[in-house]
Write a protein that binds this ligand. Structure first.
Ligand SMILES: *Cc1c(COP(=O)(O)O)cnc(C)c1O
Length: 382
């Protein structure tokens, strides 16, 4: 019997080559990758221990330090999405029994609560309605009450569109001998963020939001105080894949094999970061702010109202209240199917109440706003 005749041809799937619609991704992420980033991703892979690839990893580290405004030696990309970098941060920072105070004012605050609990933290929470932020005084009194080892805050709460101010929080944490952990998934690249100046000890992000890249290689950084805590652990980091003791040796001078990096995604990330450095990080922040203001003005001209108070609005993500009597899901579906524009719906407390519109990375351009506003004029009831 030949091999060919032993297979059942009638079971073979016959599919046409991949075709997908081209969409303008103006939801909470992913955003469209920059064309040059997609092109970089098409470069044929080299081996992951090839000297050329190791040099590229060094470049990613330097570029990440620049966009984050930090000098932390342990600044790398985690192979995985933002959630993997989030888990890396929690897994390395938290030891069983540590008090971890988490500011919860949206979906991702809740995810931090769940994750920290799984790594044995004694979770302490501070709540606010979705769309609001914590004041320095509120954070101080919670620190006095709880005396945590770690304070975790979400800089850009993608579920609400609110920007948590961070100035002064690092000093507060030092006063209480506590580490400051920040989710910067929807802020990195698009919202002013000074890691070292603001005393942030641990941070993570993703590639597919403000960096204008495809998902899968996620920024992670750890400062000297966090590193010291890691080195003094009594228990092993409970996650092998994300253990910075091991990953640090792969990214550091030892280059010890740990896992096979997603080579092409690292190509993409390098190109996205290179473009950002070429633009200049502060110019990118200004661009995001300017285009967001243009969006807000246009939405208000359409008679729509925005969920977050202006002072705390994120330039990367805007929550728009769905007018009474309007079917938010039907409008979003029309935008997608008829206009090829993706916007997000609400989560949790805001489910059914808002649309979420992202202007992130490459998509933060006036043309994105114009395209969306023209479509909204057509689909919104007159
Ligand atoms: C998107 C997001 C994450 C998770 O990132 P993924 O890339 O989806 O895994 C975490 N935190 C915030 C604030 C986010 O917006």
């Amino acid at each position: 019997m030949t091999i060919a005749s032993s297979t059942n041809d009638s079971q073979r799937l016959q599919l046409s080559p991949l075709t997908l619609p081209t969409r303008l991704l103006l939801g909470p992420g992913p955003s469209n990758a920059h064309p040059a980033v997609l092109q970089a991703m098409n470069t044929p892979p080299v081996g992951h221990l090839d000297p050329a690839f190791l040099a590229l990893m060094d470049e990613i580290q330097s570029l990440l330090r620049y966009v984050w405004q930090t000098e932390n030696p342990l600044t790398i990309a985690v192979s995985g999405t933002g959630t993997a970098a989030m888990e890396a941060t929690i897994a390395n920072a938290v030891e069983p029994g540590d008090g971890v105070l988490i500011g919860v004012a949206g979906y991702f605050g809740n995810r931090l609560v769940d994750m920290a609990g799984r790594y044995g933290a004694t979770v302490q929470t501070l709540y606010k309605p979705w769309g609001q932020v914590f004041s320095l005084d509120e954070l101080r009194s919670a620190m006095v009450t709880h005396r945590p080892r770690i304070l975790a805050l979400v800089h850009a709460e993608t579920s609400t569109g609110a920007r948590q101010p961070l100035e002064g929080v690092g000093d507060l944490c030092r006063e209480f001998d506590c580490l400051l952990l920040v989710d910067s998934v929807t802020s990195l690249g698009g919202v002013p963020l000074f890691l070292d100046k603001w005393g942030i000890d641990l941070a993570y992000s993703c590639s597919q939001k403000g960096l204008g890249c495809s998902p899968g290689a996620s920024p992670f950084t750890m400062g000297p105080r966090a590193l010291e805590k890691l080195q003094n652990r009594k228990t092993k980091v409970a996650n092998w894949y994300l253990d910075m003791n091991l990953l640090g040796k792969y990214w550091g001078s030892d280059r010890v094999y740990h896992h096979t990096a997603p080579i092409n995604l690292y190509y993409a990330l390098r190109e996205a970061l290179r473009l950002l450095a070429e633009e200049g990080i502060e110019y990118s922040w200004q661009r995001h702010q300017k285009n967001a203001e243009y969006l807000w003005e246009n939405l208000e001209n359409l008679g729509l109202s925005l969920h977050v108070e202006r002072e705390y609005r994120l330039p990367t993500l805007t929550t728009v209240r769905i007018p009474d009597g309007v079917d938010g899901k039907a409008i979003a579906r029309k935008l997608l199917i008829e206009y090829n524009i993706e916007v997000g719906g609400g989560l949790g407390e805001l489910a059914g109440k808002v649309w979420r519109i992202g202007l992130m990375g490459y998509n933060s351009r006036p043309e994105s706003v114009d395209q969306l506003v023209e479509a909204l004029q057509q689909v919104l009831p007159g």
